[in-house]
Ligand binder design. Structure first.
Ligand code: CTP
Ligand code: MG
Length: 229
C-alpha cells in the first residue's frame, strides 16, 4: 500500500482573524501547520507529504520543514480559493499520482495521533474511503433562519466528521473531477466521494483531534499542550 498525505494549509483563517493565516502562527512555539504535518510524518504508512499553502508561503514552509524535521514533505503547491481547490491542486502532483491511497489532513488539526492515521488507512484499504467521526455530545437541531426549530435530529445516527480522511486515489480524483464538472462544493473530501455514489465508512475519531477555527479554540489548544507538560 503506497500512501501520500495531503496537507490542506492554504486557507486564509478569516474566522480566526489574525494578520497571517492561522496555520502559520506558533502554537506553543511550533507553527500550527508543522504540528499537523508532524501527525503525518509520524505515521509509518505515509511515504510522502504534499502541502498546499497560500500564494507566497512556499519558501517559509520549506524552511520550517527542514528546521522541524518534516522529511516526508516532498512537494509544496499553491492552493486555491476554496479548500476543495487546494486539495485538487495537490492531487495533480506526480507524488500523488503514484499513490494507491491518499490521506487528506487539515493544517488546522494539530492533535491527530499516528494511531488515528493508521486506523483510517486500514479502513480505507479495506473499503475504499474512510473518515474519522464521533457522535455529537449535544442535542442537534435543525433551525430556520428565523431561529425557529425545524427538526430535532436523532443523535445516534449523527457523527461529527474530522480529518485525516483516506481514499483510494482513483476515487478521490474522480470525485474532485465530478464536483468540478457539476460545480459542486463541499467542506470535506468525503462529501465529494459520496456525491459520486461511492461508499464512505466512518471509523472512531479522537476527542482531542480538535480543529482550530477561532481564537477560543486556540486557547483550548494551548491549555491542552500546557497540561501535557
Ligand atoms: N484550506 C485550504 N485552502 C483553502 C481554504 C482552506 O487548504 N482555500 C485549509 C485550511 O488551511 C485548513 C483546512 O482547509 O487547514 C480547514 O479549513 P478552515 O479551518 O475553514 O480554515 P480557513 O479556511 O483558513 O479558515 P476560515 O474558513 O475561517 O477562513
Ligand atoms: Mg475555511
Amino acid at each position: 500500500m503506497s500512501v501520500v498525505g495531503i496537507l490542506a494549509a492554504a486557507g486564509r483563517g478569516e474566522r480566526f482573524g489574525a494578520h497571517v493565516p492561522k496555520q502559520f502562527l506558533p502554537l506553543r512555539g511550533i507553527p500550527l501547520l508543522i504540528r499537523a504535518a508532524q501527525c503525518l510524518q509520524e505515521a509509518e504508512a505515509v511515504a510522502e507529504i504534499v502541502a498546499a499553502v497560500p500564494p507566497g508561503y512556499q519558501e517559509l514552509l520549506q524552511r520550517w520543514a527542514e528546521e522541524y524535521g518534516v522529511q516526508k514533505l516532498s512537494r509544496i503547491v499553491t492552493g486555491g480559493e476554496h479548500r476543495q481547490d487546494s486539495v485538487r491542486a495537490a492531487l495533480e502532483t506526480p507524488e500523488v499520482q503514484r499513490a494507491e491511497l491518499v490521506l487528506v489532513h487539515d493544517a488546522a488539526r494539530p492533535f491527530a495521533t499516528a494511531a488515528l492515521v493508521e486506523r483510517v488507512l486500514r479502513a480505507a484499504q479495506q473499503h475504499g474511503a474512510a473518515v474519522p467521526g464521533l457522535p455529537p455530545a449535544e442535542t442537534i437541531k435543525k433551525v430556520a433562519p428565523t431561529g425557529e426549530v425545524v427538526q430535532t435530529l436523532a443523535r445516534e445516527q449523527l457523527r461529527r466528521i474530522q480529518t485525516p480522511q483516506a481514499f483510494r486515489r482513483e476515487w478521490l480524483v474522480a470525485a474532485h473531477a465530478h464536483a468540478r464538472r457539476l460545480g459542486l462544493s463541499a467542506t470535506d473530501d468525503a462529501t465529494l466521494v459520496e456525491l459520486l455514489g461511492f461508499p464512505v465508512v466512518v471509523v472512531e475519531g479522537e476527542l482531542l483531534n480538535l480543529k482550530l477555527t477561532t481564537p477560543e479554540d486556540w486557547r483550548v489548544a494551548e491549555a491542552l499542550l500546557q497540561a501535557e507538560q
